[in-house]
Design a protein around this ligand. Sequence first.
Ligand code: C2R
Length: 159
Amino acid sequence: MSESPRVGIVMGSTSDLDTMRAAATMLQELGVAFELKVVSAHRTPDLMFRYASEAAGRGLAVIIAGAGGAAHLPGMIATKTNLPVIGVPVQSKALNGLDSLLSIAQMPAGVPVAAMAIGGAANAALFAARILALQDAALAQRLAERVAKITAEVEAIEL
Ligand SMILES: Nc1c(C(=O)O)ncn1[C@@H]1O[C@H](COP(=O)(O)O)[C@@H](O)[C@H]1O
């Protein structure tokens, strides 16, 4: 996208991409400019620190962070920026993502992260869009139209 990104989508590993792609697809559908990067609190702590510290200054408004297992990435990003951070627990092999979910949800008081469901990348994008829509009437309209379309589709079901 040529427009400067408003949402940063980051993930701990390229192995998270299958899950996190849903966030990118949703933001694309909604016409929200985003960027997609691999950043890890464990493997690239200096990059993580820099990414989070510089995010607001670069014009990002929301960060979506996906990680699996000991999913410290969303919480650690939230320590270095005051932007809203939305965490996506990526399903892990050993514990099916329960480890990821609890690592993201159980933040200490004072450092908030909005925890989505396991694999909830699309909802993370919708949540980010709702935050942006507070100051973007056209986006609010697109979100409302999306909801109206889904409602009409469900109401039209005849069994
Ligand atoms: N949880 C984290 C962090 C982090 O929290 O900083 N960095 C990588 N990872 C996770 O390790 C899992 C396995 O990664 P590999 O597939 O690369 O071994 C991934 O789900 C990733 O999010």
